[in-house]
Structures are given as C-alpha cells and as structure tokens.
Design a binder for this molecule. Structure first.
Ligand SMILES: Cc1ncc(COP(=O)(O)O)c(C=O)c1O
Length: 374
C-alpha cells in the first residue's frame, strides 16, 4: 500500500508522463513551453539583493513582509490599479503559487464551491480540490471570454469564490472592464469572494488592464514579480484584500512560510522603483508574429490579447497529446492543453522565449500544419 496521501491524486500527470519523458530525451530542443520571460532580472534589482546580503539583511522578516515593501505595494496598488488598501491589508508571499494555497486555506471549507474559468492556470482547480472544495468549471470557449449567463447559471448557495485571471494563462485573453463590472455585480448580489490573479497586468497588447478590486471590495488581488520583473526564481509576490482575510493569511504564514526571503523582499523594493516599460512593445511584436504566422498556417488563434501565451486548437481533430508528440518528433516542446483545461484538443504555446527561438518553433508548427493538411 502506498504511503502517499489521497490529496496528491489531484496532481495526477500520468496523462502526459510519456510525452514529458520523450521531451526530456531531446537534444537542444526548441522550447515554447515555459512561462519564463526571456529577460534577465534587471541589474538594479540584482544589486539590491546583493546589497541586502552584504548588509546582513538575511534574517526572518515579519511574516507579512517588510513594512517598507508593504508600503510601496499599497502605493503601487493605489497608483496603478486604483485599489485603495492600507499597507496592513497587503501581505508578501513567496510567490503566487504558494499564495494561492494560502488564500484557499484561509477561506475555503470542505464542500465550498469555487468557480474557475476554463482554461485556467493549473493550481486554481487542483489546490482547491486539495483543500476539499468543489470546483465548478465555466467554459470560456470559443472566445476565451467569460460567458456571463453561464457564470450566473453555475452559482449555487455553496458558491464561495470566483477565480479570475486577466491577462490569462493559458489563453492570453484580457477581460474588458465591462465584463469585469458584470462579474463584480454578480459576485456582490450573491455575496461571493473574487480572487483576481493579475500577474500579467503589464503584458497587455489589445485593450486595457482593469483591476476588479478597484470596484469590488471583496476581491483578493494577487500579483507578483516573477513575470514583469523577470524574477521567477526569487519567489516573491503579494496579496491584497479585505483585512480579515489578510489577517487570516498572515496567521497561516507564521506556520507555513515564517517569512518570504528577506533578500527577495529587498530586491522587490528596488524592482517597484522602475517599471520595465520597454517590455510591452517587445512582447506585442512577438504576439503579432505568432498570431499572423499561426493564422496563415491554418490554426484558429483566439484570445492572445495579453500575457505571453496562446491556447490553440490542435488541427484536424488531433488530441493535444497526439499533437504534442508530433511536435516533439520535430524537436519542439509545447504543453498539452489538458494541463490547463477539461478539454483535450488544445495546445499551449508560450512566447516568453526570445524571437529567434520563437521563429524556429513557428517553422515547425507551420510544417506540422502542412503535413496534416496533405
Ligand atoms: C496566472 C499565473 N499566476 C501565477 C503564476 C505563478 O506566479 P509565482 O511565480 O509568483 O508563483 C503563474 C506562473 O506561470 C501564472 O501563469
């Protein structure tokens, strides 16, 4: 009998284990699978981290983060997002992935229902299931925009939470303000909390980012430094929301996290002082290239208004796994859509990679489309 707890079954990746094994054997693959921006952590951010080490700022910090960082984050939320919170209503976490679990542990009881738009960032449903909540999926196909009547129809008296992620991983969809206002009205009417994961807020190429937390106080806004500041390995993010919920998360942090890295926190303070404004034009150019080339090759590309992913239907009714295996045979790594969706016919392509890698990957995707058409 296995010693492993039942809750681990929610992370079952047996469906793609073979595909991942084959990808691991590739020599010098073209990798369009990962959610890592091509940039390196900016020099001034690295310098701040190094300075923190030299100045022996290497002990635990308060569980909710350094006061000066939380003050800077409250100011950022006010200026950029029109979310007015006190520094006490902001907590620093070791990345949003851990943050997601902390929020769930703080607010969900077994049997509570959580609405997740499909496709989704994988931890949203899996961690919710792991804490005993019931996940209710609301499809966003075919446009990847929330279907408001479908959302309303999925609400029951057990619904506690709606999870929103705009700009979206994996579809790249950006939800317009009007849609978010409708979602906020539904949440308010039914007394439902909202989580808004805004980690890609600066990667918007069509439309504008809007923070639902600016109009709906029962929003837990999550954001981090991994993408915009190219700090995926520093493990640093933050959560802002109703004081009662932030206090509960802080209590949990004492036991689960103790404190986020002091070095990463000092680096984050430096990161907040300088926005990497050049990123948007650079990523928009990559987005335009991918949409144009995939479209010409016959792929049906929707969404892709933001973040750095596109979620595309595998042509000729191939399953995602079949398509990913074909790509692997050509030396290209992409992710099977079932990691992000209840559907099994989509693939996720990341354009976090540099343009040279992206070009090489596109050539292969064009080739596969041609092979399938002939
Ligand atoms: C939507 C979304 N949220 C959160 C994360 C993870 O953030 P962090 O690095 O802060 O854990 C990712 C990473 O890919 C993501 O796509």
């Amino acid at each position: 009998m296995s010693f492993i707890a039942q809750r681990l079954s929610y992370f079952d990746s047996s469906d793609f284990r073979d595909a991942i094994k084959k990808q691991a054997l590739l020599h010098n693959p073209i990798d369009l699978s990962i959610g890592i921006p091509e940039e390196l952590t900016p020099d001034h951010v690295k310098a701040a981290g190094i300075r923190a080490i030299h100045e022996d700022k290497t002990t635990y910090t308060p569980a909710n983060g350094l006061p000066e960082l939380r003050e800077a984050l409250a100011a950022k939320l006010q200026n950029d997002n029109k979310i007015y919170v006190k520094p006490s209503a902001v907590t620093v976490v070791p990345g949003l992935t851990t943050g997601q679990l902390l929020v769930y542990l703080a607010i969900l009881d077994p049997g509570d229902e959580v609405i997740v738009f499909d496709p989704y960032y994988p931890p949203y449903p899996h961690l919710a299931s792991m804490v005993g909540a019931r996940v209710v999926y609301v499809s966003t196909l075919p446009t990847f925009q929330p279907d408001i009547p479908a959302l309303e129809a999925s609400i029951t008296d057990k619904t506690k939470l709606i999870v929103i992620n705009s700009p979206n991983n994996p579809s790249g969809a950006v939800y317009p303000e009007a849609t978010l206002r409708k979602i906020a009205a539904i949440a308010e009417k039914n007394n439902i909390l909202i989580i808004s994961d805004e980690i890609y807020e600066h990667f918007v190429y069509d439309g504008e980012h809007f923070s639902i937390g600016s109009i709906y106080p029962n929003t837990i806004t999550m954001n981090g430094f991994s993408k915009e500041h190219a700090m995926t390995g520093w493990r640093i993010g933050y959560i802002a929301g109703p004081q009662e919920i932030i206090d509960a998360i802080n209590e949990l942090q004492q036991y689960v996290v103790m404190s986020s890295s002091s070095i990463a926190q000092h680096a984050a303070i430096a990161a907040l002082r300088q926005k990497p404004a050049h990123l948007v034009a650079k990523y928009k150019a990559k987005r335009d290239l991918i949409v144009e080339r995939l479209g010409k090759a016959g792929y049906d590309v929707k969404g892709a208004q933001g973040a750095f992913y596109t979620f595309v239907k595998a042509p000729h009714n191939l399953t995602d796994i079949e398509f990913v295996e074909r790509a692997t045979e050509h030396g290209l790594i992409i992710v099977a859509g079932r990691a992000f969706s209840q559907l099994h016919g989509y693939i996720r392509i990341s354009y976090g990679a540099d343009i040279y890698t992206l070009e090489r990957g596109l050539v292969i995707l064009e080739k596969i489309a041609g092979e399938l058409a002939s």
